[in-house]
Design a protein around this ligand. Structure first.
Ligand code: HDD
Length: 711
């Protein structure tokens, strides 16, 4: 229960006094200054360190005369402001980062000499940036899009950047196609829209002409691209990498980050509404979790395999459009990643952090995945463009945290420069660092041969089997969501042949899916299946690990219950509900008809976090309606209150309600269709049961009836 206080108006007056208790002094010309002569507050200076006398008024001739050119403080201030922006990332422009650590469970010395994996319990500092791909820096968080999951590990032998996504496959097999893919996905160049979405002609034109993207298409049309929180997403290194041990033996490895709180996504209609209600939904979620001490955690799991396994596998392990199903090769847990600190400054850390796939410490090496090798070439360039100097490694967020020494010098903004006479080696002055054949990074000495040509291997040619496997591994609600997402996206495509071409690919994945989409798009007849480079193997075993619903956490921990309260709310019931939710390590937020809060049944003042307009049910994982007989008639008159309930129902959320709130269910149009997810709240004693029921997260069985308008 929120703390008891006097009246809200008094509270606000007190807060205001603290915030605005500043000293203003009048200067000689009658102008006002906020001065710092109390001895404690630092004095405002120019960037050159000169104390500033007046930061409110520019230098001028007479009270109404022109400004003068020797106002160096004004000039410097405006000059710096005019140069504040740097180019945003060409992809993954919108992102949010946090600091933390990686902790190794047990020594992996048998597989890798990477220093961070040698000693159980050792902690390596980490910085992680999550992102969307297509939108610009100011775009909304709930765009349907792949999420970046970039991890920088400051190891004792140099930085290791594992620059992954929340999806384990990619659109293309060769990095040479990356600019085409991104040009097609981003806003169209003539009209500069649509922003942050793939629902437009150029994206689907490129995709439908690029059959290798079909597995990725199934993933991006699934709920994976509308995650509920960064905290509830998996991350993947995507490519096959190599571990190399001290004996120079190599083991192939694929990296997976598994969220401790389980996976969860939102419904599409919900995502659309969240973008309006809180465009910073994912940022706020991470900020609130970390600031309140609920540190998100992921387990690092690795799929390890040798050349024999690679040769026996149905697909090429160098092909980034394919996975190795977890049921075939079980990922092994090797450590945990905990995010426990937000940056002090977003720009300095999250914006200026530079991830590069080629940053690997000794013991980690690349495979011949052509996408990975192309990435290794690209990331350095982009940092120079964005950060403006080859000295971007001098920025604290990018600098290694282990000792380092090299002969690089000069360049824009050089912060650290070699000292002494000889800035080269070998030198006979005995100055500067030397290389270490034993400790340094040595590539795995793989023998390579072949003709030099522009090639695509036959082993990369099956584009449909794993796409079909992904689709068939989904639960029925998830399959419905894929069909609905495809329909939505293609409904925004204006060119009929692009829609048809896409459905012709779907026919190679699943005929029912193709038929559903074609029917919803109003096709008069079905197109022919797309030509496939090789016959599709239709019979891969489904992989339940691919389903979010199957992998759901079955508990409410880390989630948020929105409690709609009115004046007269049963104080004991509310208190009991909040305690039960807290016990589950989840969070409550209160929503009231008016800003401020409500007066509970025992006369206490209950502070609310939102008024209904600002706290729609899309912001919560489940809702409860705690009302009172005296307030319910006014509440049902509020359109936003009816929307609150109707949306929660439509989005298949659990709804708890007390006796007086039954009227609101009726007025919201769901009074006749109550199901097991709409729960009349038991007395205080039964609240733990209600909260544990919330762990099911959604009542997906409700969805078909909602869609058919039976609700
Ligand atoms: Fe990339 C950024 C992930 C393919 C070129 N990429 C970037 C970020 C992530 C990924 C998470 C944001 C890093 C951050 O937060 O700063 N990219 C991937 C994954 C890929 C992938 C998982 C496929 C498996 N990327 C890829 C290719 C190329 C690039 C094939 C080019 C050949 N990516 C870039 C880039 C970016 C980038 C242009 C833009 C900003 C940056 O690097 O720092 O260089």
């Amino acid at each position: 229960m929120a703390k008891k206080t006097t009246a809200p108006s008094q509270r606000r007056a007190a807060d205001t006094a603290t915030i605005h208790d500043v000293k203003l002094q009048r200067g000689e010309g009658g102008e006002l200054h906020q001065t710092a002569d109390d001895g404690d507050t630092p004095i405002l200076t120019t960037a050159q360190g000169g104390p500033v006398a007046d930061d409110q008024n520019s230098l001028r001739v007479g009270p109404r005369g022109p400004l003068v050119i020797d106002d160096f403080h004004f000039r410097e201030k405006l000059f710096h402001f005019d140069h504040e922006r740097i180019p945003e990332r060409v992809v993954h422009a919108r992102g949010y980062g946090a600091h933390g650590f990686f902790e190794t469970y047990a020594s992996l010395a048998a597989y890798t000499k990477a220093d961070l994996f040698q000693r159980p319990g050792e902690r390596t500092p980490a910085f992680v940036r999550f992102s969307t791909v297509a939108g610009n820096k100011g775009s909304a968080d709930l765009a349907r899009d792949v999420r970046g999951f970039a991890v920088k590990l400051y190891t004792q032998e140099g930085n290791w950047d594992l620059v992954g996504n929340n999806i384990p496959v990619f659109f293309i097999q060769d990095a040479i196609k990356f600019p085409d893919l991104i040009h097609a996905a981003k806003q169209e160049p003539d009209r500069a829209f649509p922003q942050a979405q793939t629902a437009h002609d150029t994206f689907w034109d490129f995709i439908s002409l690029t059959p290798e993207s079909m597995n990725m298409v199934m993933w991006i049309m699934s709920d994976r691209t509308i995650p509920r929180s960064f905290r509830f997403m998996e991350g993947f290194g995507v490519h096959t990498f190599r571990f190399v041990n001290a004996k120079d033996e190599s083991t192939f490895v694929k990296f997976h980050w598994k969220p401790k709180l389980g996976l969860q996504s939102v419904a599409w209609n919900e995502a659309v509404k969240i973008n309006g209600a809180d465009p910073d939904f994912h940022r706020r979620d991470l900020w609130q979790a970390i600031q309140s001490g609920n540190f998100p955690e992921w387990e690092l799991q690795v799929q390890l395999f040798d050349q024999d396994f690679a040769d026996s596998f149905d697909f090429d392990v160098l092909d980034p459009t394919k996975i190795i199903p977890e049921e075939i090769l079980k990922p092994q847990p090797v450590g945990r990643l905990v995010l426990d600190r937000m940056p002090d400054n977003f720009f300095a850390e999250t914006e200026q952090v530079a991830f590069m796939t080629q940053n690997v410490p000794p013991g980690i090496d690349f495979s011949n995945d052509p996408l990975l090798q192309g990435r290794n070439f690209s990331y350095l360039d982009t940092q120079l463009k964005r950060l403006g100097s080859p000295n971007f490694t001098h920025l604290p967020i990018n600098a290694p945290k282990c000792p380092f020494a090299h002969f690089q010098q000069d360049g824009h903004m050089a912060m650290r420069n070699p000292v002494g006479r000889a800035n080269y080696q070998p030198n006979s002055f005995n100055e500067g660092p030397r290389e270490s054949p034993m400790r340094g990074h040595r590539p795995y000495p793989v023998e390579e041969q072949g003709i030099k040509a522009r090639l695509r291997p036959e082993s990369f040619a099956d584009h449909y089997s794993q796409a079909r496997q992904f689709y068939l591994s989904q639960t029925p609600p998830e399959q419905r969501h894929i069909a609905a997402a495809l329909t939505f996206e293609l409904s925004k495509v204006e060119t009929p042949t692009i829609r048809e071409r896409m459905v012709s690919h779907l026919l190679n994945i699943d005929e029912t899916l193709a038929a559903t989409v074609a029917q919803k798009l109003g096709f008069q007849s079905m197109p022919k299946p797309a030509d496939a480079a090789v016959p599709t193997r239709q019979d891969l075993e489904p992989s339940p690990a691919l389903s979010i619903v199957e992998k759901g956490p079955k508990r409410f921990e880390g989630r948020k219950l929105g409690i709609l309260v009115t004046d007269g709310v049963d104080a004991k019931l509310l208190k009991g509900m909040m305690a039960a939710v807290e016990k589950e390590k989840a969070v409550c937020e209160l929503i009231a008809p008016k800003v401020g809060g409500v007066t509970a049944s025992d006369g206490s003042w209950v502070e609310a976090h939102h008024m209904i307009d600002g706290g729609p049910s899309v912001l919560f994982d489940a809702v409860a309606l705690l009302t009172s007989a005296e307030a319910i008639d006014d509440l049902v008159m509020e359109a936003t209150a009816r929307d609150f309930v109707a949306d929660a129902f439509q989005h298949c959320k659990f709804i708890g309600y007390d006796a007086s709130a039954a009227k609101l269910l009726e007025k919201a149009g769901i009074g006749d269709t109550l199901d097991e997810g709409v729960i009349m709240l038991p007395g205080e004693d039964g609240l733990a049961g209600f909260v544990s029921e919330l762990g099911k997260l959604r009542v997906w069985g409700r969805e078909p009836s909602v869609k058919l308008g039976k609700a």
